[in-house]
Design a protein around this ligand. Structure first.
Ligand SMILES: Cc1ncc(COP(=O)(O)O)c(C=O)c1O
Length: 421
């Protein structure tokens, strides 16, 4: 059974993206690798940064560097304002109702661990069930295994079909009276599959089960509206959204965040401390112990502004065009098998070449100046499901072009040639 997903309506196409202009904004794209023009197709691992993000971060260090929420002096007030402005940009980006629902974390990994330890752990007992899916990144598997070890809860895994789509009927059947939590990727990093999370959240909620959405891959490609989704938690990393590394977001419904125990203790997250008793600050500060990554938060806010200035739908349309073009073009490469052919997918092309290890593909491509990912993609269960050890992966961003896809295809022919296939 397949579900309709609300992605982007094909009959109201947004204006075309001026990719050549956009490329000028990304300094890292303009370099030679091994004597060849860089073709950067590892965007699902991390995206390059526009000049505006780099400037916003260095501007903070050059002119406004001070700690946030602590000083009455001008620089501290300026830093605090920039930090809290960025929180509001994130709130609007996710269409959250309240800034208190936006917690800054290091990335999606920390967001998921925070939910596992502060929300799930105190609520779980032996025999309770956590649902995950087979296509998750390790960062949406291992934190749940840890919490299972701590509580005696067990994991239940939603299977996928040969196209890399979740098997909806099996998902529905996995619920029991012991189900407590469902953790699911909005979009798979290994397969590109976009999951029908709205419908899945409805099913989970009908069973009284809370839902954590891993949005690490989705936010650069899809509109996210946490109020429409009604998810309990949604997390993503800044660096895949053209922002800095080391910063990410956990959205949580306010009543959950109010009830949850702190994740870490330290400065900033308290209201009052005595040796007898400590009172915690309100969300989101309760979960932001210590000096935060201030420059990272400011850079993330700038990345969101940059994305908004282009329009997510316009960007998505361009990336979908590249994906369609690439899917067709690689079909002519001898021995190539696509891994992940879901009807609803975005921006990611994973593949194997018959008899050639993915690392050899990656290395030979690098000699052509082409950056692709090679390995298990932090999704070993997916590799196991498809009976392979690793894949190569090209992943697209707003600044990629059809010419770069042509370079990818030429590079793959070269791989076959070098490897004598
Ligand atoms: C689907 C998915 N979830 C989570 C993560 C973890 O993100 P980070 O390493 O930025 O915390 C990634 C990173 O590749 C991912 O692709």
């Amino acid at each position: 059974m397949t579900l309709h997903i609300d992605t982007i309506a094909k009959d109201s196409l947004p204006p075309l993206l001026n990719v050549e202009r956009i490329r000028e904004d990304f300094p890292a794209l303009h370099q030679q690798i091994r004597g060849k023009q860089l073709v950067y197709l590892d965007n699902a691992a991390t995206a390059q940064k526009p000049r505006a993000v780099i400037d916003a971060m260095s501007g903070y260090y050059e002119r406004s560097n001070a700690n946030v929420h602590r000083g009455v002096h001008t620089l501290s007030e300026r830093a605090t304002q920039a930090y809290e402005n960025a929180r509001d940009k994130v709130r609007r980006f996710l269409n959250a109702a309240d800034c208190r629902e936006i917690v800054f974390v290091r990335g999606a990994t920390e967001g998921i661990n925070l939910v596992a330890q502060s929300f799930a752990r105190p609520r779980l007992s032996a025999g309770d069930e956590i649902l995950v899916t087979l296509l998750e990144h390790h960062s949406n598997i291992v934190p749940w295994q840890l919490v299972c070890q701590q509580t005696g809860a067990v994991l239940r895994v939603v299977p996928i079909n040969d196209a890399g789509e979740l098997v909806y009927d099996e998902f529905v059947k996995l619920f029991s009276e012991r189900s407590r939590l469902f953790a699911v990727a909005h979009m798979s990093n290994a397969l590109g599959t976009i999951n029908p999370i709205k419908q899945m959240i409805e099913v989970a909620h009908a069973h009284g089960v809370s839902v954590v959405v891993d949005g690490a891959q989705a936010v650069p490609h899809l509109n996210v509206d946490v109020q429409a989704l009604e998810c309990d938690f949604y997390t993503f990393s800044g660096h895949k959204l053209y922002g800095p590394t080391g910063i990410g977001v956990l959205y949580g419904k306010l009543p959950h965040l109010k009830e949850m125990v702190p994740y870490q203790g330290g400065g900033e997250m308290i209201r009052k401390v005595t040796f007898e008793e400590t009172l915690y600050a309100e969300p989101p500060y309760k979960f932001e112990a210590g000096t935060p990554h201030i420059a990272g938060v400011i850079g993330l806010g700038e990345a969101i502004d940059y994305m908004n200035s282009l329009g997510l739908e316009t960007v998505a349309q361009h990336e979908n065009d590249l994906l369609d073009y690439a899917t067709e073009a690689v079909a002519e490469v001898g021995g190539l098998r696509l891994i992940g052919t879901a009807r609803e997918k975005a921006g990611i092309l994973s593949f194997v070449l018959k008899g050639i290890h993915a690392h050899d593909i990656g290395t030979i491509m690098d000699h052509e100046g082409i950056a692709v990912r090679a390995g298990h993609l932090c999704a070993m269960p997916v590799m196991h499901r498809f009976g392979i050890a690793a894949t190569a992966r090209a992943s697209f961003a707003m600044y990629n072009t059809r010419q770069e896809v042509d370079a990818l295809v030429a590079g793959l022919h070269k791989v076959n040639e070098v490897m004598g296939r």
